[in-house]
Design a binder for this molecule. Sequence first.
Ligand code: CA
Length: 675
Amino acid sequence: MNKTMTLLSTALLMAGVVTSCQKATTARSAYDKQFENYPTYNGDDLELTVDNKGTHFRLWSPKAEEVILNLYDTELNGEPYKTISMTADPNNGTWTASEAEQLYGKYYTFKVKHDGKWLAETPGVWAKAVGANGKRAAIIDFAQTNPEGWDQDKGPEVKNFTDVIVYEMHHRDFSMSPTSGIANKGKFLALTEEGTTSPDGEKTGIDHLKELGVTHVHILPSYDYNSVDETNLQNNTYNWGYDPQNYNAPEGSYSTNPSNPTTRVKEMKEMVKALHDAGIGVIMDVVYNHTAENDGSNFELTAPGYYHRHWDDGRYSDASGCGNETASDLQQMRDYIINSVKYWADEYHIDGFRFDLMAIHDTETMNQVAAELKKINPSIFVYGEGWTAGDSPLPVEQRALKENVAKMTDIAVFSDDLRDAVKGHYSNAEDRGFATGKPGNEETVKIGIVAATDHPQVDYSKGNNSKFPYATSPEMIVNYVSCHDDLTLTDKLRKSMPDATDEERMAAAKLAQTIVLTSQGTPFIFAGEEIFRDKKGVHNSYQSPDSINAIDWHLKSANRDQMDYYKGLIALRKEHPAFRMTTADQIAKHLVFDKIDSENTPNLISYTLKDSANGDSWSEIKVIFNGSGEARTVELPEGTWEAAVKDGKVDPNASLGTLSGSVTVAPRSALIVKR
Ligand code: CA
């Protein structure tokens, strides 16, 4: 997820494995116990409200000795036009102040006196609008930020989360290249532009998404983050954005004018509206697990010590690998996370949340997150990285780990099982996987195929990453082979298949994604994979320039065949509920693996989806994956079968030919037939 993170995903896994063998630690470090009895406040008027009686401020800071409110005319520079000493409300740890006028257009900061010292100014933790670089909170009229028709705006209805097809993208990756044909490059508004094309006349932007058929886009962090100087956007700055600054305001560099606090709010809503109008949901990547700064974070500047976890000696604990971790197990932080996602769902109509390093949070918080979001919109999809990037004072059994997903309701986790088994180890560039001819990964791929649920034919003792069926429902699993982290699939294939041709690599890419898009669980693809985009071999491109990160849309015409294949796979999945079963029982009953001696015939998996699984119009579907570099012969059960996937082509109507008896499956390819 960020600068230090790429090598850590397995470290996390390891952390899970290692620490689970240790004695359960106490619930909280000795140092953090001091915060347990802080009074908390969960009112909806935290920090700022404007009504017909004026403008009201309420900062939660239970141990502050004094709090000052500064009011400004400008977003940066200059002295406050007014400074107000706030009044303590000792019952709930808050400090209040009011002004009789509606202060629209003004800015404010708080200043807290703690242990006899004045801390630096902060916009607080609940700034919903900010000026450039997010140093001062802005007072704006949110009623003025809604696009036309916003009241009727609604994302796609999701019956089961296995119906969702996620497309993960960064705003700049998607539109910065001159080949995108998009006017608002790198901006929220890029996704509102219809009719854009590449120089070769291929659709780009939102039209490309519609053509591809994905149901949801997952946008990389789009709240206000720290690393890009919003006053100097000409400086060609790029960052993934895993360095949170203001959690409840959009990032300024994605707006056309970071200095106007209304603009970013308005433009983000316009983006959501445009995607919703296209039938596409919007999932936000959220990073509540750590803050960009330690002592300088808004959390520390409002309630020192409280929001972060520490070891017994008072040092920041660092399960994020970024210098700190937050404390979801403390009430005010738990409420903060819950209220923040609720705010994004309410105000911005967000359809899903992807929790970065979710296992830094506790399962109870995640359960409450999902339950509260469900009340707003039952279609909201919540998933996350079920691991941490280092050890945490939070006991293993309380962490929202992949291995603990069964303790969580309506939460899904990424399957690193399928990811690593299909393409090879994520951080060992040369390592190959099932789809690239390395034997021994068959059982782990099967774990992915059954969405890590209990299945009579899957032997979890042979799993590479997981040794037990950790999911009790396919709705708990997100399957993928690549994302923004680590090498793109294209680069991974180039490094792990150095002697192959790009044509052979593209065949392997198709096979890998066929596994993702036909497996049980929710499929997830990384933007541009469908046109074989690369990042020039850079595995950790979090701050690489656009020349590395931007998708070159020339690739769409050059690799049109890949695009058509992805599009076909997506259509196949959408039309056939057999690939989207909703319970573990269904999978155990309707998905039957063929017995294959993997010792003698490695890199071959074959299974049947039988008895019109999940109400499918096809009574039987045979799925065969050949990850070896040689053709394999497979015996089809008696009868006539029609091909839906064959020799690198997909046809959701299964008109790629009639097959029976012995059939040959080309090297690195999938064969899917039905009857
Ligand atoms: Ca920012």
